[in-house]
Design a protein around this ligand. Structure first.
Ligand code: OOG
Ligand code: NI
Length: 438
């Protein structure tokens, strides 16, 4: 008898669900965030009807999550790529957060996610994955770099059995029921918070450079940093979480709410919570302490801009910065609204006309041929009802928001010596490290 096998997208969906269950046990405030997101989504659906589902069915939006993890070396990054490869998730994009202005952190990142439209529709789980850069002398002096690299080289984040099963799943695009169970258990376990005591002195040495360096390189295991549900009205969610007494970061990151179509991605988070962690002191005794690194984040996804649309959004964000720097007393939200409204067309049709965002065009079922020749432009076909335009959702991240999210959850400012020369990383480097196309 053939044992029932589990296909790649089912592995992905199960992994996302189990990770979410695990994280909810570890960080109960995350469960509150998921509950409030559900409530907000139900309210938006009631209020807006079918329009609420323009950027994804309520089923997909409710199930949708992204996670964030952090690793220390290219070798660990390559292992992560194998585990996510098993789940049909591929590295997409390269983010250099060392360069993100005043909020720079010593990591470079990518996101592992499904790529094909039908895979995204089945389960869009994605993981923002960051790698520490000990080789960057702006953050790490030579001696600290050596100690850090040897610490990282001596740890094992993922058991060999997990990696073997991952390779099998990636090759066959499925696993037997028993293997799937084993693989999912090991994979989720690899991202659980470890109970092993943290070497307090070592952790604090790294913390002086950056809280992120300590979170990654100060411990012998990795863990989910946050999980992020998707919400249809992030301003409303922010209000409700605040009402419930959860302290949110100061602002929603990304484009503003401005009265026109949502573009790209808007995100916000609650501040990292103190979690009890065992600490080993230099004399070997173990005490209880606490660390603040893990938080909860929520996001609203908008339409994917074209390159021209993205350049426009980036220019508008820069314009907002300029105006706020010139007049610090100005109201941020009002400034953002004004700048965006002046810089972008207020309708989807306008975005199409100016080629600023991506849509899928489908023939209308109800447009009868009336003998006249159809127009020969997309806008003409749209206006005369021959075709419908469905927005393509933005599936990636924003470096500026990512750095802002990292930053808003760090306690100290850390230290960066800009007199030192930065080593170069880019997506070609990443492709080599993970031995995959990025
Ligand atoms: C990742 C921060 C970035 C996002 O959604 O932009 C991020 C981290 O804190 O590890 O998750
Ligand atoms: Ni995130």
């Amino acid at each position: 008898m053939r044992v029932k096998s589990v296909g790649q997208w089912q592995l992905r969906a199960s992994f996302a669900q189990r990770l979410s269950d695990m994280y909810g046990r570890e960080v109960p405030a995350y469960t509150t965030l998921v509950d409030v997101s559900r409530e907000v989504n139900a309210d938006v659906l009631r209020r807006a009807g079918a329009d609420a589902e323009r950027l994804g069915s309520i089923g997909r939006v409710t199930a949708e999550r992204h996670g964030a993890i952090r690793v220390g070396t290219p070798a660990e990054m390559q292992q992560v790529a194998r585990i996510f490869g098993a789940l049909g998730m591929h590295p997409v994009g390269f983010y250099d957060l060392r360069e993100a202005g005043s909020s720079a952190v010593p990591v470079v990142s990518t996101a592992f996610r499904p790529i094909a439209a039908e895979e995204l529709a089945r389960n869009p789980f994605r993981v923002f994955t960051s790698m520490l850069t000990p080789a960057d002398p702006r953050f790490f002096a030579p001696d600290l770099r050596r100690r850090l690299e040897s610490f990282l080289a001596s740890r094992e984040l993922f058991p060999p059995e997990l990696l073997d099963l991952a390779d099998l799943a990636e090759r066959d695009r499925e696993l037997s029921g028993d293997d799937a169970e084993r693989f999912l258990g090991l994979a989720v376990g690899a991202f659980e918070l470890s109970g092993e005591p943290v070497d307090k002195a070592w952790y604090e040495t790294l913390e002086k450079v950056s809280g992120v360096a300590a979170d990654i390189g100060g411990v012998r295991s990795t863990h989910v940093n946050h999980l992020t549900p998707r919400v249809l009205d992030i301003d409303e969610l922010y209000r409700r979480m605040t009402e419930r007494g959860v302290r949110m970061i100061d602002a929603i990151q990304g484009p503003p709410r401005w009265g026109g179509p949502d573009l790209l991605l808007r995100q916000t988070s609650f501040r990292a919570l103190a979690e009890p962690r065992r600490m080993r002191l230099p004399d070997g005794t173990v005490t209880s302490g606490e660390l603040r690194v893990r938080f909860g984040e929520v996001e609203a996804r908008g339409i994917a801009p074209t390159r021209a649309g993205r350049a426009r959004c980036d220019a508008l964000a820069a314009e907002v910065d300029r105006r706020l720097a010139a007049g610090p007393e100005a109201d941020r939200a009002a400034t953002e609204r004004a700048v965006w409204a002046a810089g972008l067309p207020p309708t989807e049709r306008g975005l199409i006309a100016d080629d600023l965002a991506y849509f899928t065009y489908r023939l209308s079922d109800d447009r009868r041929d009336d003998g006249r020749t159809p127009p020969d432009t997309v806008l003409g076909l749209l206006d005369s009802g021959w075709i419908r335009a469905e927005p393509v959702v933005y599936e990636d991240f924003l470096p500026r928001s990512a750095a802002g999210i990292f930053r808003s959850n760090l306690s100290g400012d850390g230290a960066r010596d800009d007199a030192q020369e930065a080593p170069h990383y880019d997506s070609a480097w990443l492709a080599g490290a993970v031995e995959r196309h990025v």
